[in-house]
Design a protein around this ligand. Structure first.
Ligand code: SAM
Ligand code: SF4
Length: 503
């Protein structure tokens, strides 16, 4: 790897003046020592990280990236230049795991000509498959989500000692002991997401794990029991991020609305966290995902959204099905009526709130009638957008153990397309309400097609950002706007995207 000034600064901190010499050696002057010069020859190892899955995984990837950088590794975008390839994996659907296995197949071929290459698998698949995955010819390190604080030493060991290592939780449903929880806490706050994937935006974990055991879901078996982080640790982290320029913080949890932490006499809920985070100077917007349709704390959270200007009026609350019979088989513990009542309350308290949902189609036993009930629910709720997934049996879950996967792939596909079509029409109608209106956008960076409309816009590239209610907005403007707020006049709309002109 070519040593960069950024790398030397990261490795040796601020107390050094340095000069990069030929042959990648570094001349260092430690300003705190009496001996004037230290000559160090650095042959830094490089890592390439691939990430699959949800926001929780994106956060883990950012933490691991940050930890490896601080441990002296260089990060490279090109896998071919890497000494170490790490894959952060997702187990939620079979397809996500198949993609990883296929990539490991490619890496196995690369290792035939480069046997010194170290390959590590981290995340949910590492926890689920453990030793089996370590048996794969390409894999040297298997590290579960709770073991990521060890990642630098695991990778270093694999590089130096050429041995395979497994670090996963043995009894995943057992609550972590104090030491392990503290290690995760320290890792979370020391290596806060300085590797911001989107400028001035960061994810902050509010809680880990899940206790719900929806019958189709692998998460409780790979992420362990629900644990809420101490509010002061979360707020300290948000303050630090704000100091680094972060404007939008998204609080994360599988069921983030069930956040609950008791300290002395007081029990903190998500509404308290939102209130405390709102007081942090520099933070302009706050989001939280994902919500489980749950009565406890619901009114407090929605009231916080109404009262606190920094809390974005956006609620992602997965539904999964519009049929009570299927919701019961999924062990979702609510009915369609209960779900609708929660949304009615949210809409009454926060007018204009944007709502997003998740649905699974083709769950075992789902009839056409059940599916049409889901279609009706989607039409009634008028979501801003929905994520629709075809049921995928996950090993070890109750549905996989007890229910036959009896809806054919063809029907799953048909229902998936039909539901997305219904939602697309609704999103299209909702998006038209923005025509000729000015919207405030937090700019993320270049759009997927940055060259579009450049000539007509003083050579400014096409950018993308989001409104507080999570609408995607595309417009042309200077790239320096990435991470900043901008006002855009909407001139054209599509189902999921608004197009406009920078004001
Ligand atoms: N905790 C969130 C909740 O309660 O809805 C969702 C977490 S899960 C990682 C994200 C989405 O994946 C779920 O909302 C569900 O729609 C989908 N999902 C989970 N397990 C699935 C499976 N076995 N097959 C298909 N989709 C699945
Ligand atoms: Fe999975 Fe259900 Fe927990 Fe969401 S609430 S993570 S769907 S078990």
């Amino acid at each position: 790897m070519k040593i960069s000034p950024f790398f030397v600064k990261k490795k040796f901190g601020k107390n050094h003046i340095f000069s990069i010499m030929p042959h990648q050696s570094v001349l260092l002057f430690d300003i705190t020592l009496e001996i004037p010069y230290i000559c160090a020859s650095m042959s830094a190892k490089t890592v390439h990280i691939k990430s699959f899955g949800c926001q929780m995984n994106k956060l883990d990837t950012a933490l691991v990236t940050s930890a490896l950088r601080q441990g002296g590794f260089g990060l490279v975008d090109d896998e071919k230049e890497a000494d170490v390839v790490l894959i952060n994996t997702c187990s939620v659907r079979g397809h996500a795991e198949e993609k990883v296995l296929s990539h490991l197949g490619n890496l196995k071929h690369i290792k035939e000509s480069r046997p010194e290459l170290v390959v590590g698998v981290i995340g949910c698949m590492a926890q689920r498959l453990g030793a089996e995955l370590l048996g794969h010819e390409a894999v040297d390190v298997v590290c579960g989500p709770a073991q990521i604080p060890q990642i630098t030493s695991l990778v270093t060991e694999a590089l130096q000692e050429k041995k395979k290592t497994l670090a996963v939780t043995r009894k995943i449903r057992q609550k972590a002991d104090e030491e392990e929880t503290q290690t995760l806490e320290d890792f979370e706050s020391v290596f806060d997401s300085d590797d911001k994937q989107i400028p001035n935006q960061a994810f902050v974990r509010a809680m880990r794990g899940c206790n719900n055991f929806c019958t189709y879901c692998i998460v409780p078996y790979v992420r362990g029991p629900e644990v809420s982080r101490p509010p002061n640790a979360i707020i300290e982290q948000i303050k630090r991020l704000a100091g680094e320029g972060v404007k939008l913080v998204t609080l994360l949890g599988q069921t983030v609305n069930s956040y609950k932490y008791t300290a002395g006499e007081k029990t903190y809920c998500l509404a308290d966290l939102l209130q405390m985070a709102s007081e942090v100077e520099g933070i302009e917007w706050l989001r939280f995902v994902t919500n489980y349709p749950l009565e406890e704390f619901f009114d407090e959270i929605i009231q916080a959204m109404a009262d606190l200007p920094k809390v974005c009026n956006f609620l992602h609350m997965p539904t999964q099905s519009g049929s009570d019979r299927i919701l019961k088989a999924m062990n979702r513990n609510y009915t369609v009526r209960y779900y609708m009542e929660l949304l009615d309350r949210a809409r009454a308290t926060v007018p204009g709130i944007a709502i997003a949902g998740d649905f699974i189609v083709g769950f075992p036993g789902e009839t056409e009638e059940d599916f049409q009930a889901t279609v009706e629910l989607v039409k009634k709720v008028r979501y801003k957008n929905c994520f629709v997934f075809k049921y995928s049996p996950r090993p070890g879950t109750t549905a996989e153990n007890r229910l036959e996967d009896d809806v054919s792939e063809k029907i799953k596909k048909k229902r998936n397309t039909e539901l997305l079509g219904v939602q697309e029409k609704i999103s299209d109608e909702l998006s038209k309400e923005f025509l000729n209106k000015d919207v405030l956008v937090l700019v993320e960076g270049l759009s997927k097609k940055p060259h579009l409309n450049k000539a007509e816009n003083k050579n400014n590239p096409q950018l993308v950002g989001r409104t507080a209610t999570d609408w995607i907005v595309v417009f042309n403007g200077p790239e320096s706007l990435a991470g900043e707020f901008a006002t855009v006049k909407i001139t054209k709309t599509a189902p999921l995207t608004l197009f406009g002109e920078l004001l």
